[in-house]
Design a protein around this ligand. Structure first.
Ligand code: OXD
Ligand code: MN
Length: 582
């Protein structure tokens, strides 16, 4: 196979003459192709077979121990104008970046196969979908891209029809952390990634294309590319409302996307329909509402913490046709990770006999890759080319104090302010320190392909043109009591909060106005059926003094993006401060 699209054929030729692969393989996405790639990886040791009786077609990949997470300090946005990338990105001049990468790619695929992966982000027939081609020398990347995107012949056919696609070039190189760069050239619609085989650095359709490049493209085209999950909540009357929610990495976004209603909700008829767990493209519709598609076709989820208690739907989809990266295994070769259950693993993520002295058995950022249609709560609406209409947008974070369980923004600009001010305690999804509070606007800190000031301006612009904008909410499942214990039970019980949000969207319930936003009345969150009564007074309290301190922090945070911070956000800062000072 090759292509009749000259631009694509020429680009593949030019990459091949620089990287000098032994072979070029155009990926079709077929089952036979996948089987042959998997067999090759089993032979080379890139994949290990897991217990095929309990986990048919499941494999384990152990990555290089120095290549286990996204590398934000080595990720660059290369725009001609430095200011366009903003202080939220590392920047390098495009010429300099190209020179650096050209040298790294020179001859790097000698003796290797170069795979050409045409892919479509979003349903093949959707006008909102965008196309890309990733060239890589990693069969593991191909196998993951097959689960994560619509990849192969159908995508190529659309690329040939439209002629426009994002060019992604990837090589694992020598996996040397000092020779590792993830470069984005938004003005050229291209990505170059060298020296890492890890998901977010190597599966270029995901963070690189669907967020960094897409956010840049979305700004020029009038839509939003967001780090959000998408879920449909069906009430007992059979009405489904869709929610898009942004949380920083590893804050339970995947669990929320496939939540199972707890009792008594389940018996009452509540249902949850999963559209996506990580990325959401939002387009204004002709009817004045905002429509969402999930550009991805699979999950690349964090394994540790996934259990029958936290996410039974995820467990149900992980016993077949899944790739596991850096998990541990039991003595009968089943995948295992911390908090899965009380079995003791036999081998840790590095393949050593498990010894608690060596730290966790599974790497804290170990992952599963699986196709979305294996999820029990999957809905065919994921394939709807028109997307699903969004009623509510939720911003969440991990805050031990201050942020209430749920709060509704007064309008779109206030919601944009809440998004811009989002903060969370860091987790293991990126390299760096864990447990530090950092501002992560719209959970896009590592993913926005341009200046945050301009991005907030774009948010305000999109919202101001919507006749029926979604309502915006902020949630915090992670508030702790004096003993450091979580106050709210979380997981499936979060549906209780979503119920209030849904009712607000339907105009069915009153809210309590506070100086910082609208909160549920004391009896607004149902606790029926909970084994113990959570301290809702604390969860729904607003401490004026603490909030004034928070506003000072927010002001400092916004300051870093001046002079591009939109006035509407500064107006909200002033307004909140005035109210709290009274
Ligand atoms: C992810 C992340 O992998 O946000 O989804 O880090
Ligand atoms: Mn993510």
């Amino acid at each position: 196979m090759s292509t009749k699209l000259t631009e694509l054929a020429d680009w593949v030729d030019s990459v091949a003459s620089r990287t000098r692969p032994a072979e070029i393989h155009w990926c079709t996405g077929s089952a036979e192709e996948n089987a042959s790639l998997v067999n090759g990886m089993l032979d080379s040791g890139d994949l290990l077979e897991l217990n095929q009786a309990t986990h048919p077609e499941c494999y384990l990949h152990r990555s290089d121990p120095d290549d286990v997470a996204r590398v934000e300090h080595l990720t660059f946005v290369c725009t001609r104008d430095r200011d366009a990338a903003g202080p939220n990105n590392n920047w390098m001049a495009p010429d300099e970046a190209h020179a650096l990468m050209d040298e790294l790619f020179e001859g790097c695929m000698e003796g290797r196969t170069m795979y050409v992966i045409p892919y479509c982000m979003g349903p093949i027939e959707s006008p909102f979908s965008r196309l890309g081609v990733e060239i890589t020398d990693s069969a593991y990347v191909v196998a993951n891209m097959r689960l994560m995107t619509r990849m192969g012949s159908e995508a190529l056919a659309r690329i040939e029809r439209e002629g426009r696609f994002v060019r992604g070039l990837h090589s694992t190189g020598e996996l040397d952390p000092d020779q590792r760069y993830i470069m984005h050239f938004p003005e050229e619609l291209s990505i170059q990634s060298y020296g890492s085989g890890y998901g977010g650095n190597a599966l270029l359709g995901k963070k690189c294309h669907a967020l960094r490049i897409a956010s840049y493209q979305a700004r020029t085209e009038g839509w939003l590319a967001e780090h959000m999950m998408i879920v449909g909540i069906e009430n007992p009357q059979g009405e489904t409302r869709y929610v898009a929610a942004a949380f920083p990495s590893a804050c339970g976004k995947t669990n929320l996307a496939m939540l199972i209603p707890p009792e008594p909700y389940r018996s009452a008829g509540w249902k949850v329909h999963t559209i996506g767990d990580d990325i959401c493209w939002l387009h204004p519709g002709k009817d004045g509402r905002l429509y969402a598609i999930n550009p991805e076709a699979g999950f690349f989820g964090v394994a540790p913490g996934t259990s029958n208690k936290t996410n039974p739907n995820a467990l149900a989809m992980l016993d077949r046709e899944a790739i596991f990266t850096n998990v541990a295994v039991t003595d009968d070769n089943q995948p295992w990770w911390e908090d899965l259950d009380d079995r003791v693993p036999a081998l840790d993520w590095k393949g050593r006999p498990y010894d608690p002295e060596n730290g966790p058995a599974a790497h804290p950022n170990s992952r599963f890759t699986v196709s979305i249609d294996r999820c029990p709560s999957y809905t065919g609406e994921s394939e709807n080319p028109a997307g699903v209409p969004i009623d509510a947008i939720i911003f969440g974070g991990r805050r031990a104090a201050l942020a209430p369980l749920v709060m509704e923004a007064e309008d779109w600009a206030h919601g944009t302010f809440l998004g811009a001010a989002m903060a969370s305690e860091t987790t293991a999804a990126a390299t760096g320190k864990v447990g530090v509070v950092r501002r992560d606007p719209m959970a896009m800190k590592p993913f926005c392909g341009y200046h945050f000031g301009d991005y907030w301006g774009h948010w305000l612009d999109v919202g101001s043109k919507l006749e029926h904008p979604p309502k915006i909410f902020q949630v915090n499942w992670f508030r702790r009591d004096g003993d450091g214990k979580f106050i709210w039970p979380g997981f499936g019980e979060n549906l209780r909060v979503l119920e209030w949000i849904m009712k607000r969207c339907a105009g069915e319930v009153e809210a309590r106005e506070t100086p910082v936003g609208n909160l549920p009345e004391r009896n607004g969150i149902s606790t029926a059926g909970l084994s113990s009564e959570p301290d809702l007074d604390t969860l729904l309290s607003v401490d004026g003094r603490e909030w004034l301190g928070e506003l000072d922090e927010i002001e400092k945070h916004l300051e870093a993006f001046q002079p591009r911070v939109p006035d509407a956000l500064l107006d909200w800062l002033r307004k909140l401060r005035d109210r709290l000072s009274k």
